[in-house]
Design a protein around this ligand. Structure first.
Ligand SMILES: [Zn+2]
Length: 469
């Protein structure tokens, strides 16, 4: 009924009815995307050979064989699928997009040194609305090229981020950060929280691809009373909350010393577990914590590259999934990664847990891919809209090439997607039925202008650093 209501809203029901009756006249649709293989990411659904996805407006109308789709529909645009796999767009459940401009500036440090001695001071000096505009565009360009179609962001000047997302065509949960100490544009908690409320109020329900959210930074940077206030406000406005939880041993020590409990139980005690909560990292969890997260429906986002680079530890992903937790994948910011490549996260998720458990059956390839698509969508609370290629859901999908000599031979599509193919193989990116990249050309961002802007920011930062400012 939900899907039918949505289709009625879009004026599509007559189109569906016509298509289902299989009338001789082919029904007009806006876009058909073909593939030698189509992966819907529905549970138990086999890979569809010589398949296609028919799209009307921003939604998927039908997924089927090319014979079936071509007999029913006539499209304004058909994207050929020879040598290509079609699958749902990837979901980056945790990032800080503008930090692309800090890419490779400081490496090889532990989380607290990295944050307190470098990231926070650098942000205080350089982050402005214009910095965020350029950094977000750079991130969106990279994500469109790599087949990411939805991301969860957490960064300053969220209004600017939302405007870039609007222009570039991606889908995002844009979370406004609020933190107890001074941050770019704010003196502390009161003004940063007030601005977050203003942002969420202004954007909620306003844009089909943008969901505004709250982002209290972490248990060690926001006191419990402020987390309680966030929970109350999120409930009132029906907004998601994105937060770093249980990321590093130092955080666990801090929380145990100060609140005599674990980070997970501490955050749960503030009322946030009753909200639409997206917990980034979730590494330092014991069995009780895992059960608690599973029983409350809190989404977890695993960031293997960032966790490995900052030496933060290995999240208990297999145990969380076994306990019913939806675990997605994220890149974290480009300052701790140093890219926004979801293919790397998928592969590392499939590998690092095998290493940790000394068990090659831990996190098999299909589970890793599920974390970046269907389960990733559930983890960020958007499973009803994205993450699978099924009729009625948003038309967010990608085409991936598998025909280069270095790819061959292909025996198993799922295995290839996880262990062989990468971001350079993505050919087409579609979000809400709009083609954002075709044959690797990004259509919604001016790459040449962006290159100039990025170079200018890089020169400004380098000059300031050289002068020892
Ligand atoms: Zn983060």
């Amino acid at each position: 009924m939900v899907i039918r209501a949505l289709l009625l809203l879009c004026g599509l029901w007559t189109v569906v009815a016509q298509a289902q009756t299989g009338g001789a006249e082919r029904v007009p649709v806006s876009l058909i995307v073909r593939g030698d293989f189509v992966l819907t990411m529905e549970t138990g659904q086999p890979v569809l050979a010589d398949g296609a996805v028919a799209i009307v407006g921003d939604r998927i109308l039908r997924v089927g064989s090319w014979a079936d789709i071509s007999s029913r529909f006539a499209a304004e645009q058909v994207i050929p699928g020879e040598g290509r796999i079609v699958l749902p767009g990837l979901i980056n459940g945790h990032t800080h997009t503008s930090m692309t401009l800090f890419r490779g500036m400081v490496d090889d440090l532990d989380l607290m040194t990295w944050l307190n001695q470098y990231v926070f001071p650098m942000e205080g000096r350089f982050v402005t609305a214009e910095f965020v505009r350029i950094g977000t565009e750079l991130a969106c360009w990279e994500m469109i090229q790599g087949g990411t179609t939805t991301f969860v962001d957490m960064y300053f000047y969220p209004d600017t981020i939302a405007q870039v997302v609007d222009r570039c065509g991606l889908r995002a949960i844009v979370a406004a950060p609020h933190i107890d100490f001074p941050s770019p544009g704010f003196r502390g908690w009161d003004d940063s929280f007030a601005a977050a409320i203003e942002f969420v109020t202004a954007w909620r329900g306003k844009h089909p691809r943008i969901t505004p959210a709250f982002a209290p930074h972490a248990p060690y940077t926001v006191v419990p009373e402020h987390l309680e206030a966030t929970a109350k406000m999120a409930a009132k406005l029906g907004a998601p909350v994105s937060m770093h939880i249980a990321e590093a041993p130092s955080e666990t020590e801090f929380v145990f010393e100060k609140y005599e409990t674990s980070p997970v139980k501490h955050v749960a005690s503030t009322g946030l577990f009753e909200q639409w909560l997206i917990g980034a990292h979730m590494i330092q969890l014991d069995n009780e914590d895992i059960k608690l997260v599973g029983s409350r429906g809190v989404g977890a986002v695993h960031n293997p590259t960032s966790n490995m680079k900052l030496g933060a530890g290995v999240a208990p992903v297999a145990d969380m999934i076994a306990a019913g937790v939806n675990v997605g994948l994220g890149t974290d910011g480009a300052a701790s990664n140093n890219d926004l490549d979801m293919w790397e996260e998928i592969r590392l998720a499939a590998l690092v847990h095998k290493l940790k458990a000394a068990d090659p059956t831990a996190i098999p390839a299909p589970t890793a891919l599920d974390m970046a698509t269907r389960m990733g969508a559930e983890a960020i609370g958007m499973g009803d809209q994205v993450g699978q290629l099924v009729a009625g859901k948003q038309a967010d999908l990608i085409q991936v090439d598998f025909t280069r000599l270095r790819h061959g031979p292909l025996y198993d599509v799922m295995s290839h997607l996880v262990y062989v193919l990468d971001s350079q193989d993505v050919q087409t990116t579609v979000v809400a039925g709009q083609v954002l990249m075709l044959d690797r050309e990004v259509l919604t961002i001016n790459g040449e202008q962006l290159r100039k802007d990025v170079t200018r920011v890089r020169d400004e930062i380098s000059t300031a650093l050289d002068r020892g400012e």
